[in-house]
Design a protein around this ligand. Sequence first.
Ligand SMILES: [Zn+2]
Length: 564
Amino acid sequence: MAKKGNGVIHGLSCLGNTIHGMNQYHLRLLFKTCVIPVLTYGSQLWFNPEKPPNHLIKTLQKVQNNALRRVAGAFRTSPIEALQLLTHIPPIHITIRKISESAALRVFRLPLSSEVSHRLPSTFIPVSTPRPVHVPFERPLLRYHTFSHLTHMVRWSAPDTERSDPFHSHCAPYAFQLSSPPFHGRLRIRHDPCVKDKKLGRTIRHENLFQEYKEDLKSIFVVTDGSRRNKRAGYSVVIWHAGKIITKVMVPFAQEASAFDAEMYALAHASSLIRKILTLNYDINEVYLLSDCSSALQVIFDPSPHPSQAASIMFRTNIHAIMTARSDVFIDLEWTPGHGGTHMMKVADLAAKNAANPKSKRAPLLSFTSKSSAVQDINTAPRTRWRLHLDNPNHEIPETSGFYPASQYIRPALRPTHHPHFKDLDRATFSRFVQCATNHGYIGEYFSKFVPSRRSSNSCSCVLSSDQPLLQTRDHVLRSCVQFERAREHLEKVCPSLHHPTFSLARLFSPSAIPALVSFLKESAAFSKSHSPPLQDDEWMPPPQDETVFNRRPSQPKDPTPSG
Ligand SMILES: [Zn+2]
């Protein structure tokens, strides 16, 4: 696996080096989509977090480190923790654990009659489930300590996780759809949310609509809302008729569920209430339903095995029953702004919040771990684990490290979305940004520490030959080197105390100062090879590994000088 991964990485290295080539954002994407699946193939079977097989992880980590240097355009000596933070790629064992957890969740899509289901521990499927005819063996008595790859894998998930059913009759090709006869033209679902500026307009329109419906005795107005507090979810359904509330339900939904589940089950519950009302009152033939959850409205009529599939099937069944029993009924579902929305929404919102109150003594409707809540946990846990990894004394960034100032602000983030410089910067500038953040770059301070064989002076070229030599440090380049006076104006704008002796370099890496630092790097050639201390005439230094990619020289002598 490591060999194959390395092969792909060598392929990636043709696409970019420290100066030219593909942007780091796209290289990272290629690494995640082309290398990670190769490296982690089958890892669900051997990975055990209690006894992590360190020798295997180490091998894979080495391959990943190699890729990270290429993505970041960094020097070979750069601390790996720094590169992980700068490229938003966590250590490989965290990625593998996430993959294992996601795989474990797939067990809940299997039918109970599947052979694999019958090999699960008894906590996962009821013991009373009859053995299907096609399974030729008795159900094995598996316990957690019994070794089996499957039992090892499923331990990641709670046995009461929500099941989904891809083989439900509603998912069959012949099942009814929104365009099918009973619904066509009579059931409208408009899930599109509007942009911020148009929210007020939408709210006013819905308020006006409510006033119109007040006069109309043939219609009902329904608003649903879901809420989540401390992982406990609750929902509410409020129904108005002739301007008065005729039904208001508040349901504490589940202990381990997301707001999305609550919204979905609120819609399902609303459909059953509407069905009841329409069966008893033949005068009512128009229903207007509002919800503030666009994603729930989008999938409420979709029976595929998505999270809260059961709510969708319940909704479809009720609406189908209404539409086939009454040919005069019209139902309209629409998205409405949640916060600062209509007064009807505020009533529903308050009720949902009360239902989700963790202090409430009412027992929740369902005792399960919802699929979307489990997925949410799987997606957020890696960041927490990464933080813990960095707090570990073996991996924490020491104060002596060149990356220490930057590490005060650059913290674990799994997505580069909140770091626009990562996506927008060109290859060369990002590489210099990485060199500036890690202090592993073309500067005298680095050469004096890591390349002792170098005989040239490490002093900054701004010093005249007659003056005393001055070691070219990162601090000097950023704060006082006369060569970058003009570009430094960007830094001085955001950090007026830049020249103060107590100024900490860490502040330059704060989210508000990074754009200025980037402008400084763009306008000057700081941290580039052309500004590194000059070599002695007889001293030859090979270019960094990355730069030779386009024009590779065979059999160069190995040198401890940096290579990117
Ligand atoms: Zn200087």
